[in-house]
Design a protein around this ligand. Structure first.
Ligand code: FAD
Ligand code: DHB
Length: 391
């Protein structure tokens, strides 16, 4: 098989890149190891930055998001049983975010691809990227029990943290920056209207809690749990009791309970692989970088990467101009490191580290008080949360 751009992975990064290339008339083949139902149901991100929503619209993939997504103009910080709202538009010159699940973004992009784009093969596992540093790289893959080779001009490694593309960058040229955290997130999906109309990020002595949502009738909630905790160890009643404790306020606010339809545990890590390019291989999204989820940056970084990459590929393929490809890694990494900074700061401010001293606790509260009391500090949060420019 032969194509111009071999795209490994049909998460948000691979699917949006495929869409952008389809629109520019550049052919591509998407290889995805899992099946369609799995990709469409995997519960993950929920918050789209303003720039991400704009990018989906510009790609002709924003119609359902504009109908069904919920525009949010702020978040609430909760600590010491008090609430403080951060208002985005007044702090950022009018920016907001959209609550629209990653599952729905993927469904929309898959439907568009099948409606007239190039091939998207489910159950096709990339085994290795070869000759990435030549003008004719290729991807070895396995599909329906048979091994094949995909010859191409460029490879987009959009295969997430566990994918194979990153391994094609020689170790001598790679640098990895990493941090792990001594806690994880237990996430539940519940058939109950959200108990607040905006997201609530709560710091509590028992640990972090987050109230989010998927729609006006479905809540998404998260609890900080110890690293290595298992979803099976948490009964529904225990989840609700713990959420009640950590989200409690003194003003009569109540958390509504409902049937839990899914439970999962997400480990937390920060990880950056540099560079994001090796020859004709371009890493994008979680394949190159991971942020801890506090701050909702992962999906948004993936979108920023592929918007930058699509622009560069279109220029190089059309006119031979290599500038965009040559600057791809540095351009993306500037934004990636800003997101790493923000996700780390939000995580450290809101989670209870098992090794925390009373001094650390006081510092956390001082950070929250600073955001509640200083327009400058609140502006920094609002600008980062609604998203920095794609570059
Ligand atoms: P992925 O979505 O991981 O997609 C990679 C794809 O490649 C997968 O479909 C995988 O099956 C496939 N693949 C892997 N290996 C191979 C192979 N060898 N061959 C072929 N295919 C392969 N981000 C936000 O922006 N906002 C949020 O609110 C948010 N919340 C989150 C909450 C949770 C609980 C979690 C877990 C994550 C959250 N994130 C959030 C992060 C976000 O989900 C990821 O950053 C995003 O999925 C990255 O997209 P991607 O396309 O780079 O990678
Ligand atoms: C969600 C996930 C996040 O990481 C976050 O910061 C906010 C919301 C969510 O899944 O809804």
């Amino acid at each position: 098989m032969r194509t111009t751009v071999a795209i490994i992975g049909a998460g948000p990064a691979g699917l949006l890149l495929a869409r952008l290339l389809d629109r520019a008339g550049i052919d591509s083949v998407v290889l995805e190891s899992r099946d369609r139902a799995y990709v469409e149901r995997r519960q993950r991100a929920g918050i789209l930055e303003q720039g991400t929503a704009d990018a989906l619209r510009a790609a002709g993939a924003g119609a359902r998001m504009d109908r069904e997504g919920l525009v949010h103009t702020g978040i609430e910080l909760r600590f010491d049983r008090r609430r403080h709202r951060v208002d985005f538009p007044s702090l950022t010159g009018g920016r907001s975010v959209t609550v629209y699940a990653q599952t729905e973004v993927c469904k929309d992009l898959i439907a568009l691809r099948f409606r007239g784009g190039g091939p998207l093969l489910f159950g096709a596992e990339a085994l290795a990227v070869e000759d990435a540093d030549t003008a004719s790289p290729r991807v070895r893959y396995r599909h329906e029990g048979r091994e094949g080779v995909l010859d191409c001009a460029y490879v987009a490694g959009c295969d997430g943290y566990w994918g194979v593309s990153r391994a094609a960058v020689p170790p001598a040229l790679s640098r990895t920056y990493e941090r792990t955290y001594p806690y994880a997130w237990l996430g539940v999906l519940a058939d109950v209207p959200p108990s607040h109309d905006e997201l609530v990020y709560a710091r509590h002595d028992r640990g972090f809690a987050l109230l989010s949502m998927r729609s006006p009738t479905v809540s998404r909630l998260y609890l900080q749990v110890p690293a290595g905790a298992r979803a099976a160890d948490w009964s529904a009643a225990a989840v609700w009791d713990e959420l009640d404790l950590r989200l409690a306020t003194d003003d009569g606010w109540r958390l509504e309970r409902g049937p839990i339809t899914a439970t999962s545990v997400t480990p937390m890590r920060s990880h950056v692989h540099e560079p994001m390019r090796h020859g004709r291989l371009f890493l994008a999204g979680d394949a190159a970088h991971i942020v801890p989820p506090t701050g909702a940056k992962g999906l948004n970084l993936a979108v920023g990467d592929v918007v930058t990459l699509a622009r560069a590929l279109v220029a190089h393929h059309g006119t031979g101009d290599p500038t965009g490809l040559d600057t791809y890694s540095a351009t993306c990494l500037r934004r990636v490191w800003q997101a790493e900074r923000f996700a780390y700061a939000m995580t450290a401010m809101l989670h209870r580290d098992p090794a925390a001293t009373p001094f650390d606790d006081r510092l956390q509260r001082a950070r929250l008080d600073r955001i509640a009391g200083s327009r400058a500090a609140a502006t920094d949060l609002a600008e980062s949360y609604t998203g920095l420019p794609f570059g």
